[in-house]
Design a binder for this molecule. Structure first.
Ligand code: ATP
Ligand code: MG
Length: 562
């Protein structure tokens, strides 16, 4: 078995896989699949499924297919197909040439449907959608047989072929499985297998005007690809009998089995693609890759790294019970990862000018700054220092309350990697707003320490005004104010959108080493959090997204638990 599994016990799905391999089932083969419908961008819930399906294949020496479940032509687009492939690759699951489309099996699925008709297991039904619903019964009441259920094989074949030939309008007829209208499982009450839809498909064009339903297409796709373990989320548990029925009644080349696990739900997040699409279509966010979106592309643009997302998926595990995972756990993973790897830099988000009155005009010093205290191998860099600086506006208070230890009139503080400075004078504009501080610096304190042992209570970040580069910085907060907005109906969840989820600051000032930042570069802005260069960043235009703040409630919680 895998060397990756030394510390953690196996989850129940990996246990099944391990046992099957040990027992020599499936001739020792292991094939999983990740089957997204290309009707939206992937989200963090899909990442869980990707890590599970591709992860198992990797760990146990099997294979995982990426299969587009493209059986619904009206909602599917090439844009989604492309983004899904990019996201899977970005998450770190790439290399193999195992790309499939359910639509490639349409012809085989059609032949199998004729097989079901010929063996008396399927019939063409002329009831309307509403009538089918009425006949279906309820959870407590059995359904009624369709009046078309006992059509002859010849009649059924003839009608089904004419459905394919385009003789009937959308919704005019359907093909249904003949199972049991009294089954306690509603999915087994003669479910629809094919419907008429005169719509162009993104891959098959106008070749088809009948399309298979998911419950029929999925097991067949699995069987044709030789999938051994078809892993899906719990809502498909009640569909498993139909999955099995379909395979048991067809001469498929292979017999896969379905296993269900609990989907990921995250606090302050909606995960349904329908709802995410609504956010995009109504312009509530700036697109599928808006950094506030729970999509993989949004999280990538926000600065989350694939390592952090995979670690998160490991931590939450795979189980059978539905639960709601704290968003702060994901942020904890992101922070841990960036803490190890992100170079430290200085940037000022809300600038306040500081003039050092005793620093020679025109003089510039290059001061040494550590790139990452967590990783000495990342070395050091030079940061310019001069007479005019910017500090963070909130690091100064004219009338500081008791516990405010930062800069105030008459008070001395340390500038990181630089000198002690002391505030002499406050300059205000005619509205009374502080626009500049006039300070002195102590030349004896170069590097940030006083030879006389004198101490200060605060260390501030800063940038040299003439050297700093202007930047736009976008701060993000959770997209929803309610812990579980996903429990709401399709429109209601919008009422819980956080109106303050995006704050744009401009101009901010960042140290000159950031001038060459390119999209995706990530940093820790000292004292402010982790940031990454947005995709809009280009020469002379710096845009940074705050990925996550520095404070970490999870670190504390974990310490308490130890
Ligand atoms: P919708 O959001 O509209 O319900 P979907 O998320 O089920 O759609 P699919 O494209 O069918 O979209 O999902 C592909 C795979 O990802 C499926 O196997 C599905 O079970 C899995 N998946 C989807 N959402 C989650 C989730 N939140 N957690 C874990 N796996 C998920
Ligand atoms: Mg689905």
């Amino acid at each position: 078995m895998s060397a990756n599994h030394t510390a953690q016990p196996l989850d129940f799905i990996r246990q099944i896989v391990a046992e099957d391999l040990k027992a020599g089932k499936n001739d020792g083969r292991l094939v999983t699949r990740f089957p997204p419908e290309p009707n939206g961008y992937l989200h963090i819930g899909h990442a869980k499924s990707i890590c599970l399906n591709f992860g198992i294949a990797r760990e146990f020496g099997g294979q995982c297919n990426l299969r587009f479940d493209d059986t619904n032509p009206t909602k599917e687009e090439q844009e989604y197909v492309d983004s899904i492939q990019e996201d899977v690759r970005w998450l770190g699951f790439d290399g193999e040439d195992r790309l499939y489309y359910a639509s490639d099996y349409f012809e085989q699925m059609y032949d199998y449907a004729e097989h079901l008709i010929k063996t008396g297991k399927a019939f063409v039904c002329d009831l309307t959608a509403d009538e089918i619903r009425e006949y279906r019964g309820t959870l407590t009441q059995p359904g009624k047989n369709s009046p078309y259920r006992d059509r002859s094989v010849e009649k059924n074949l003839n009608l089904f072929r004419r459905m394919r030939a385009g003789e009937f309008p959308d919704g005019g007829r359907v093909l249904r499985a003949k199972i049991d209208m009294a089954s306690p499982n509603i999915n087994m009450r003669d479910p629809v297998l094919y419907r008429i839809l005169h719509a162009d498909h993104h891959r098959t064009g106008d070749k088809w005007c009948i399309y298979p339903m998911y419950d029929y297409a999925h097991p067949i796709s699995d069987a044709l690809e030789g999938i051994t373990h078809s892993i899906c989320t719990l809502e498909f548990e009640d569909h498993r009998p139909l999955y099995d029925w379909t395979l048991d009644h067809l001469p498929v080349p292979y017999r896969p089995y379905q296993y269900e696990f609990a989907r990921l739900n995250l606090t302050y997040t909606v995960m349904s693609k329908r709802k995410l699409l609504k956010l995009v279509q109504e312009g509530r966010v700036a697109g599928w890759d808006d950094p506030r979106m729970p999509t993989i592309s949004g999280m990538r643009r926000r600065g989350y790294q694939p390592e952090a997302m995979r670690h998160f998926c490991d931590l939450i595990g795979v189980g059978k019970r539905e639960n709601l995972v704290e968003l702060s756990l994901l942020e904890y993973c992101v922070r841990e990862d960036l803490n190890r790897r992100a170079p430290r830099v200085m940037g000022v988000l809300r600038p306040l000018k500081v003039v050092l009155v005793n620093y020679p005009a025109g003089q510039v010093e290059e001061l040494e700054a550590v790139n990452n205290p967590e990783d000495p191998a990342m070395g050091a860099r030079k940061v310019p220092f001069s007479r005019e600086l910017f500090i963070e506006r909130e690091d100064f208070m004219e009338e500081p309350p008791k516990k405010f230890y930062r800069l105030a009139p008459g008070r001395e503080v340390r500038l990181r990697y630089a000198y002690f400075i002391k505030c002499l004078e406050v300059v205000k504009d005619n509205t009374g707003e502080v626009v500049e501080l006039r300070c002195t610096y102590d030349p004896e304190t170069r590097g940030g320490y006083a030879p006389d042992g004198r101490r200060v209570k605060a260390t501030l970040h800063w940038v040299s005004a003439p050297h700093a580069r202007p930047a736009e910085v976008r701060l993000y907060d959770r997209l929803f104010t309610k812990p579980n907005p996903g429990e709401d109906k399709d429109t209601d969840f919008l009422a819980h959108l956080n109106p303050h989820s995006l704050e744009t600051l401009k101009p901010c000032w960042v140290e000159p080493s950031l001038a060459a930042a390119t999209p995706g570069n990530f940093y820790q802005f000292e004292r402010l959090g982790y940031f990454c260069a947005d995709k809009e960043t280009g020469p002379g235009n710096l845009v940074f997204n705050r990925t996550v703040t520095l404070k970490d409630p999870w670190a504390k919680i974990q310490q308490v638990e130890k």
